[in-house]
Ligand binder design. Structure first.
Ligand SMILES: O=c1ccn([C@@H]2O[C@H](COP(=O)(O)OP(=O)(O)O[C@H]3O[C@H](CO)[C@@H](O)[C@H](O)[C@H]3O)[C@@H](O)[C@H]2O)c(=O)[nH]1
Ligand SMILES: [Mn+2]
Length: 744
């Protein structure tokens, strides 16, 4: 019996059947191809609108090819933690360092970070094998204070979770239900009821203390002298071991370390990538676990078995060379109903991600990911088994760090040492000058040069020939917070588009990696699909302007109703939308969610991604650097946010990011008025604009419906007057250009 279980695999890759979807995808491709042939055939007959339409449609076809290739074989992972526990005795499980990054106590309220940390401290894993490191780029005494208080609460919380096998170990979620019966599941014993009540009181006290500290800057006695008169952009390293499991107790509490790396005005700190590298070095000196988990401050562990699930994949592959990192599917708590901002990515994670799994593996998404430490130490050499002096020199001048890296590369773990013994050397490697002259950020660690450091680092790992895994356990592994307002959602999308384009233009570009390194060519296509997000804004914008231009100048860019080609265009449009709709329905989402995502895809592409594209152009012209703007996290739990009737209604602010959207909407409204009132000039060639152009215009107005409501909305639901004026000016300019071409 024992033998039977030890020989069973720890995980399985399960291919998904998708013959019908493939069929439809090919039909769509075929129709697009026909349309292009038709365009080519008449290329000399019609003028510039025709050529522009041809170019845009070529791009759409290219993108479609990338999509088909990526989604061709879908693979899911199943993991079996119970088999792992039978195979490996608890004391022999490898250790894991858990990193949490936070950067701003206002955009990222300390109570959120605290909950994430508590959920990690309480996971089902031998606690002396875990250590949690919090990097605070905001250098905030509030965050530090909140963590100190949280560690006191953790001493009650962790045993409570273990004793009653609590499922959700982030207290703000666990206690968001009203009474203990909802939280306990089956346990209704009076003991449990009492303890539950006590725990709830304790948590309420903790959050009240933190809230009070935030509101009144009133921080109860706690050693905060190091924070006095600190400037968050100019300060020395602050490193505090808040708690350590000195006795190495199996059921103690994992170590907890607070770290705010040194910052100086003239030193580039490389945003999150820089923070991750400091965390890697400091933890290397303190615990040097062979595996590292990293989460954003708002992503709490929602599945207590999560580390075991990851270990099934990391320990269970036949050759170590198999899986470099395990990326869990990100998901969001309190997500707005039907995804009005199109940023919950359910469908992408349902089809695209398993498609990547059928190739080399899904991308590294920055949060909810377990890495092998030794892979992170060596993004340069192909063969990490040969530990040579070369690598060690690249990690910088600290002898202790070299020793720890050598250990990690050889797969040895450090003998348990006290965290506090390495404090002095840790200060050295957390300094902002430490990386000078080393390979951090270039050949090892998290890579610099993109605001999507996650994609860049993951791509480099895949280019070395490694694979990655994308399991989706039930319950969901990690839950985070998706932006729930127009401005925050747009900022996030803009940063992604910027970062992705930076990767595309870097020397890590997937095309080069396929030619000169070990990236598989279809993995390259999959990466191109995501890296070209920012570029898509240009053809989409052009294509969106075409119908309005044609109506206003009374020309055409689509086939006429009497032509057969007209039906190709209609059919491809209809089938494509039915295809995406079926994906939503099969994923258990509503028609409304589908529609919201369709229109948000248009809005995001033409606004946020356009700005991402422009910021990369400015970087190329050396006019300005790209920046990592942190997204705002909401504290709301289901008690407010989600029930708010206006919750899903689009919000705006003064940001120029809303100008293109407003302009497109106004251009199309103008075009529709022109068409309704028959104000078009006489057609040049007797073939004026027709039904196709009008339908396109109506469609775009529908896509930009949130903006139409915004024109008449008030407060944050309204588009600011200044934005409307700027857009109106652009519309006038556009009309003027149209007139010139008619005259011309
Ligand atoms: O200078 C900085 C800036 C950010 N962060 C942290 O980076 C994380 C991600 O920032 P967030 O604003 O939450 O970005 P998201 O758009 O939610 O993040 C996604 O996209 C980023 C890349 O664009 C990745 O870094 C993230 O891991 C990934 O979740 C947060 O924990 C921040 O505290 C830092 O530590 N230092
Ligand atoms: Mn985030």
């Amino acid at each position: 019996m024992a033998n039977a279980t030890t020989s069973l695999p720890l995980f399985e890759k399960i291919p998904r059947k998708n013959t019908i979807q493939r069929g439809f995808a090919i039909i769509i491709f075929f129709l697009l191809f026909l349309l292009l042939v038709y365009r080519l055939y008449f290329l000399n007959h019609y003028g510039f609108t025709w050529i522009l339409a041809f170019l845009c449609e070529s791009w759409f076809t290219f993108t479609w090819v990338l999509v088909i290739s990526t989604k061709w074989t879908l693979v899911d992972y199943d993991t079996y933690p119970d088999r792992l526990l039978q195979r490996v005795p608890e004391v022999e499980l490898p250790s894991v360092d858990m990193f949490v990054t936070t950067a701003d106590p206002v955009l990222e309220p300390p109570i959120i970070t605290v909950n994430t940390v508590l959920s990690l401290l309480a996971v089902d894993y031998p606690s002396h094998k875990l250590a949690c490191y919090v990097s605070d780029d905001g250098c905030s005494p509030l965050t530090y204070y909140a963590l100190v208080e949280a560690s006191k609460f953790a001493k009650l919380w962790v045993p409570f979770c273990n004793k009653y096998n609590v499922q959700v170990r982030a207290p703000f979620r666990y206690f968001s239900g009203d009474d203990s019966t909802t939280a306990s599941g089956s346990d209704t014993s009076s003991n449990f009821q009492q303890e539950w009540k006590r725990m709830k009181d304790e948590y309420e006290q903790l959050s009240a203390k933190i809230e009070d500290a935030v509101q009144n800057q009133n921080i109860a006695p706690c050693d905060l002298t190091v924070f006095s008169e600190i400037d968050r952009k100019n300060h020395p390293t602050i490193l505090k071991v808040i708690w350590e499991n000195k006795e190495g107790l199996l059921d103690g509490l994992p170590g907890l370390v607070y770290l705010s790396r040194e910052k100086r005005p003239n030193h580039s700190h490389h945003y999150k990538a820089g923070a991750m590298n400091v965390l890697t070095r400091v933890s290397g000196l303190m615990t040097n676990a062979p595996y590292m988990l990293n989460v954003d401050c708002d992503m709490y562990a929602n599945n207590p078995m999560i580390v075991l699930h990851a270990m099934c994949l990391l320990l269970g592959s036949n050759s170590e060379k198999e899986i470099a990192f395990v990326q869990f599917s990100p998901a969001f708590y309190d997500g707005l109903k039907d995804d009005p901002y199109g940023n919950q990515f359910v469908v992408m994670l349902e089809y695209m991600a398993p498609g990547f799994s059928g190739l080399q593996g899904f991308i590294y998404g920055g949060t909810g990911c377990f890495h092998r430490r030794k892979v992170i130490y060596d993004l340069q050499l192909d063969n990490i088994d040969s530990v040579n002096e070369e690598i060690l020199k690249r990690v910088g001048s600290s002898k202790e760090l070299m020793k720890s890296v050598a250990h990690a590369l050889k797969g040895k773990t450090n003998s348990p040492d006290h965290l506090s013994n390495s404090i002095d050397t840790a200060y050295q490697v957390a300094g902002c000058g430490y990386e000078h002259g080393t390979s951090w950020g270039r050949q090892l660690g998290w890579l610099y040069g993109s605001t999507a450091e996650d994609i860049l680092t993951g791509l480099r790992i895949h280019s070395k020939g490694w694979k990655s895994a994308f399991p989706r356990p039930n319950p969901q592994a990690f839950l985070g917070c998706a932006p729930s307002g127009g401005p925050a959602a747009m900022t996030q999308q803009k940063r992604w588009a910027t970062g992705l384009l930076e990767v595309l233009l870097s020397k890590d570009c997937p095309i080069l990696a396929t030619l000169f390194a070990k990236l598989h060519w279809r993995q390259c296509l999959a990466y191109l699909w995501i890296l070209t997000w920012g570029l898509r804004s240009i053809p989409e914008l052009c294509y969106a302007i075409l119908p309005a231009y044609c109506i206003i100048t009374n020309s055409h860019f689509l086939p006429k109703v009497q032509e057969q080609a007209f039906y190709i265009a209609i059919v491809v449009f209809v089938i494509h939308h039915l295809y995406t709709l079926s994906e939503y329905l099969r994923a258990g989402l509503s028609v409304r969610a589908w529609w919201n995502n369709q229109r948000m895809a248009r809005i995001t592409t033409m606004t946020a991604w356009l700005f991402g594209f422009l910021s990369v152009i400015l970087k190329l012209l050396r006019i300005s650097e790209t920046v990592f703007e942190v997204t705002k996290k909401d504290k709301s739990t289901s008690s407010n946010g989600a029930h708010d009737v206006d919750a899903g209604r689009f919000t705006f602010d003064e940001s120029p990011i809303f100008v293109p959207g407003t302009t497109i909407l106004m251009v199309h409204l103008t075009a529709l008025v022109v068409s309704l009132l028959n104000l078009e000039p006489p057609a040049h060639d007797g073939l004026g604009s027709g039904l196709g152009e009008v339908l396109c215009s109506v469609w775009l107005v529908l896509c930009f419906w949130p903006f139409l409501k915004g024109l008449f909305g008030k407060g944050k639901h309204g588009i600011p007057l200044s934005t409307i004026c700027k857009s109106a000016a652009l519309v006038l300019l556009f009309l003027h250009l149209c007139r010139m071409t008619i005259m011309g």
